[in-house]
Design a protein around this ligand. Structure first.
Ligand code: SF4
Length: 374
């Protein structure tokens, strides 16, 4: 089937096959795929509105024993720069978030070998008691799996206890590319595809909000990207059928390989970083293939504002979040920004031609910034 025929099928609301997605990766031009993806996005969401979230990223610890080759954030246990945040540091960050009207924190860290499940439960209970107005999304499939391994406990028990302590959602970090041949190369000690999917399957079962993420640009073949999209589409079907809920959104970004352990290997293998064109093509293909994901987020930290604004016209209906601090992709060499002020985010959405609307984690609109789009 030709690319124009595949794009027409997608615009008509027909589900694309993996072979059709592969054809788009190989032959599709962004200008055509972006237009089709925008049409699909407009059919699934209010065409005028682009949502955003006022939140803060907090990296509670950088201690990790998993040594992913693309990661410049982690420090081994005992390293001079290793840290675990104190309650005082959490409190300062939460107060700063409150001051800008934030509604959520996103806690992420490494795989700390010494932190027990009780430490995470105590933190969640303290956060819920001190900051009941701020929702806590935290950890990732690989972090909760690591906690289960430390405790030698079934993963479902860990997720159940974290949810009971106040966890509202598990973000989709650590997915990178859900294809085990790629994972073996870039993160040999990290959980495999089935493990990531199983953690999210359990999160859906226990009513937690989740997102699905994808990181491109490790030199992965297009087939691996299609595998990734297919696996999260299948899990979304399964979770919605069983539990009436699945992932809230899909977000992709590009790997930053400048200052990470695999940068020399990447240069030797001639791996070119995924640039703006490749990012935008992936955004469009994801919208066309993931017909069961209503919300797709743009990513400004790795590609910058102009490309994120372009993504809003190529399949994305959400501009992401303020973040306030970002320590993972920035330490890997992302040259753009680590936070956006709320006013700036609203302005950028307007500049792209949309009405901004503040949302919560589950994409419920909290406030519309109704002024006419510029
Ligand atoms: S990406 Fe996460 S799991 Fe991998 S080394 Fe970095 S902190 Fe550890």
């Amino acid at each position: 089937m030709s690319v124009p025929e595949i794009l027409k099928r997608a615009r008509d609301g027909r589900r694309l096959t993996p072979d059709e997605a592969l054809a788009l990766y190989r032959e599709g031009e962004f200008i055509h795929m972006g237009a089709a993806a925008h049409a699909v996005r407009c059919a699934q969401n209010d065409p005028r509105t682009v949502t955003y979230l006022v939140d803060r990223n907090i990296n509670y610890s950088n201690v990790c024993i998993t040594d992913c080759l693309f990661c410049a954030f982690f420090r081994p246990p005992g390293d001079a720069e290793a840290y675990v945040l104190s309650r005082e540091e959490f409190a300062r960050k939460l107060e700063e978030l409150r001051a800008i009207g934030g509604t959520r924190i996103l806690l992420q860290g490494g795989h700390h070998p010494g932190l027990k499940l009780e430490w995470y439960e105590d933190l969640l209970r303290w956060l819920r008691a001190e900051y009941p107005d701020i929702e806590v999304n935290a950890f990732s499939p690989s972090e909760v799996t690591h906690i289960a391994e430390v405790e030698k406990m079934p993963l479902e028990d860990v997720i159940r206890r974290l949810a009971a302590a106040g966890l509202a959602g598990i973000p989709g970090g650590g997915a990178e590319i859900l294809d085990d041949a790629v994972r073996e190369e870039i993160s040999p000690k990290k959980l495999r595809t089935a493990g990531w999917l199983e953690a999210m399957r359990l999160a859906h079962k226990h009513g937690l909000a989740t997102t699905a993420s994808m990181v491109i640009g490790f030199g992965e073949p297009y087939e691996a990207r299609v595998n990734h999209l297919l696996r999260i589409r299948e899990l979304q079907d399964e979770s919605v059928a069983k539990h009436g809920q699945g992932f809230t959104a899909f977000i992709s970004w590009t790997a930053q390989l400048d200052t990470v352990p695999m940068s020399g290997l990447a240069r030797r293998k001639g791996i070119r970083p995924a640039g703006a064109q490749e990012y935008l093509r992936n955004v469009a293909i994801a919208r066309l293939f993931l017909d069961n994901f209503r919300h797709h987020g743009a990513s400004w930290p790795t590609q910058g504002v102009a490309i994120a604004q372009t993504a809003l016209n190529a399949g994305c209906d959400d501009y992401g979040s303020t973040m306030m601090e970002e320590n993972v992709v920035s330490q890997a060499g992302a040259s753009t920004m680590s936070s956006i002020l709320v006013d700036e985010m609203v302005l950028q959405i307007r500049e792209a031609g949309f009405v901004p609307a503040q949302r919560d984690t589950r994409y419920r609109i909290l406030k519309r910034n109704e002024e006419v789009a510029v």
